[in-house]
Every structure is written in structure tokens, then in C-alpha cells.
Design a protein around this ligand. Sequence first.
Ligand code: PGA
Length: 239
Amino acid sequence: MRYVFGNWKMNGTLAFAEEYVNKLLGEVRPASVQVALFPPFTALSSFQYLVKDSFLKFGAQNMYYEDSGAFTGEVSPVMLKEIGVDYVLIGHSERRHIFLENDEMLMKKVEAAHRHDIPVVFCVGETLEERRTGATKDVLKRQLILVQDILSTGDIVAYEPVWAIGTGVTPTMDEIRESISWVKELLKADLPVLYGGSVNKGNAVDISEVSGVDGVLVGGASLKVEEFAIIIKAFDQNI
Ligand code: PGA
């Protein structure tokens, strides 16, 4: 099984979601790829109806680690469970860098998701500075150290170098292979590891051929349904 996941970030109205999902369901019928979309919270609850009885899965881009309480602006695992999410993204680089979520907080989020049986897509990745100074392996190790024992069957890890996210720049295929194999070495369980960062219809086939890559987490290119369909087909063919 391979995975093509689309993270819409802070994009996509309800109307956009409805049109997109209908188009995608008409366009692809993947045989060996699991496809999931991560819309913003406002569109998320409509996904339980939009994707009903289809191959399409859906998840949240973030959540807080308490079940309820005085946490203005946050969404809890109980709320996500109620609408039937298949996954929750934890530790996306934008959460780490813009919203200053640290390794400890991310561990609490993983534990909270597990308490409610929500599988996580746990994201890791080095900055350009860290890559330049040769710290990539150490950084990935640090980001995984608190969760490597608790990530378990059903969870997924996404390797997303920060400098490749939204920039149009990707690592070489060798660099992707090396980092993914290091992540797999660090994990205690045998989990799928995805690559993320400027995946598009032009590089999807090459990335799908890199050994160890179990799929992709797509940002910008997942907002264009035709392009996302091409990426799904690239992974469906190269199994
Ligand atoms: P990008 O984002 O594909 O736009 O680079 C990937 C991500 O942030 O998951």
C-alpha cells in the first residue's frame, strides 16, 4: 500500500471542498494507493458526508491534546473522533516554526490522538541551515526521540525538509532516500514513511521510484484537483 495525502493548509472553503471531492471521485479509482485529504477545520466536518462510501479518507491538520476545556481556538481529539477523521497531522513544520510547537507538546498530541484511536501522520524535517551544517540526521533523531516508542501500527511518518516546503526546491532523489532510510532506522515500529515538500505532477514519478518512499504528503499541488489526480496515478502505477 502507498499513500498520497493532500494538505490544504489554510485554503479551501466548503464550496471548494464539495466541488473538489466530486471531481476527484470522478477522476481516479486508485487500486493500490490510499488517498487522504486534510482540509481546514471549517470544511472538515462536511468530509464525513462528502467521502462517504468512497475510497477517500480525511484528516485534521492539527489538534490540541486536552479533551475539552478553556483552550480558546483549539480543537480536541474528542471532536475529531466524533466526525470520524481517519488521521490527524501532528508536528507539521508550520506548526513547529510559526506556532512554536515543541517536541514535548507534539508528544502529548500523539498520546492524546492514541487515547482516542486516531492514527497520526507525524511530520519531521530539517531547516536549510541544519542541512547546510550537516545536522540533518541529528535533527531527525531529536524530533523523533520522544515519539519513536509510541508511534505504532496505523501511524505514518512524513519526512518534509522545511526548505523544500512551498519553495519549488526538492532534495535530490538520493537525499530523499537517505533521510527516509534514517527515519525508518529510528522508528521502533515498521511504519510507512512519506516524503513531502514541493511534490508536483512533474516530479511525482521520480519520487515514486525512490526506494523506501511509501508515498507523499502534498501541499500546494493538492489544491489543484487535476494535478493531485496525476500524482495519485503516478503512485498507483509505480508499485
Ligand atoms: P508543499 O507543502 O507541497 O506546498 O511544498 C508540503 C507540506 O507542507 O506538507
